[in-house]
Design a binder for this molecule. Structure first.
Ligand SMILES: [Zn+2]
Length: 76
């Protein structure tokens, strides 16, 4: 039998857990090619490099802001 929770968690308890999760900042690395911040295991948005090689071409370099849109590039 699958272990089941005895009682449901209250919304307060659920909210406290979710609030603690939201406090974590995303781990960012600096791109070795261009020096901008990127997410780990993702292609750099600005130069398209991953693992010391260019794996994709960046269409528009003059983005207004990095936030919004997809933060993760494709791996291949
Ligand atoms: Zn880069």
């Amino acid at each position: 039998m699958t272990p089941l929770p005895k009682r449901r968690h209250s919304t307060r308890r659920q909210g406290k857990r979710q609030a603690a999760l939201s406090l974590k900042l995303p781990s960012l690395l600096t791109c070795p090619n261009c020096g901008s911040l990127r997410l780990p295991h993702r292609v750099c948005e600005y130069c398209g490099y991953y693992g010391g090689k260019q794996v994709m071409t960046v269409k528009s370099k003059d983005k207004k802001s990095a936030k919004g849109g997809s933060a993760s590039g494709r791996k291949k």
